[in-house]
Design a protein around this ligand. Structure first.
Ligand SMILES: [Zn+2]
Ligand SMILES: [Zn+2]
Length: 174
C-alpha cells in the first residue's frame, strides 16, 4: 500500500507502508521528518548550510538576527529540535520555552537593548512564515513601524505573547 502525504512545502511524499518493502513504519516517519527538516530554512541555519548572523548557540538553541528586522534589535531564538509551531508544544516543554526567553533576554541585554521596551512572542499557525518554532525578540517596541506593530501584535489571532503561551501550556494536561 502506498500513501501520499503532503507536507508543509507542498511536496508530495510517497511512503511505502507495505511491510514487504522492508521498511518499518517507524523508519518511514523518521524519514519523513528528516525530509521536512532538510527543507526547513531554520534547520539549514542550525546545520550551518545557510548563513545567518548568529548571536548565540548551545546544545538546545540558536539565536540569530531576523532578516527583516522590525526594530533596532530583532532576533529569533530557535530550538535545535524541529518543533513545527506553538501548537506542537506540550507541558514538558515549558523549561525549553523558559530557556529560550532567558537566553534571549541575556543576548538583548548584552547588545544594550532595553528589556522593558521589548516584545517576546510567537506567530500562530497558519501565520508563521517558517514552520519551525521561533521566538521573536523585538526591541525597542516604541520604535516599531505601524505595520510591524500589527504583524507582531500581542495576543492577536496571529501572534501570541510568551506569557499567554506559557499560561496555556501550564493549563494543558499533556
Ligand atoms: Zn526546522
Ligand atoms: Zn514568525
Amino acid at each position: 500500500m502506498t500513501a501520499v502525504i503532503t507536507i508543509a512545502n507542498k511536496l508530495p511524499v510517497r511512503i511505502f507502508t507495505n511491510s514487504s518493502c522492508g521498511l518499518k513504519s517507524f523508519r518511514n516517519i523518521r524519514e519523513l521528518s528528516n525530509l521536512q527538516m532538510s527543507n526547513c530554512i531554520f534547520c539549514k541555519i542550525i546545520s550551518g548550510d545557510t548563513p545567518a548572523e548568529i548571536f548565540h548557540q548551545d546544545d538546545k538553541m540558536i539565536i540569530f538576527k531576523d532578516i527583516k528586522p522590525a526594530s533596532k534589535h530583532h532576533f529569533l531564538a530557535v530550538p535545535r529540535e524541529h518543533i513545527p509551531n506553538v501548537n506542537s508544544l506540550s507541558k514538558n516543554q515549558i523549561p525549553l520555552i523558559n530557556d529560550l526567553i532567558a537566553k534571549s533576554k541575556e543576548v538583548l541585554a548584552d547588545k544594550g537593548g532595553n528589556l522593558d521596551d521589548t516584545r517576546l512572542g510567537f506567530h500562530l499557525p497558519p501565520f508563521n512564515s517558517v514552520s519551525h518554532l521561533h521566538l521573536h525578540v523585538i526591541s525597542p517596541v516604541s520604535e516599531m513601524s505601524f505595520v510591524s506593530s500589527l504583524v507582531f501584535k500581542p495576543n492577536s489571532w496571529w501572534f501570541t505573547s510568551v506569557d499567554q503561551i506559557l499560561e496555556k501550556l501550564e493549563k494543558s494536561k499533556l
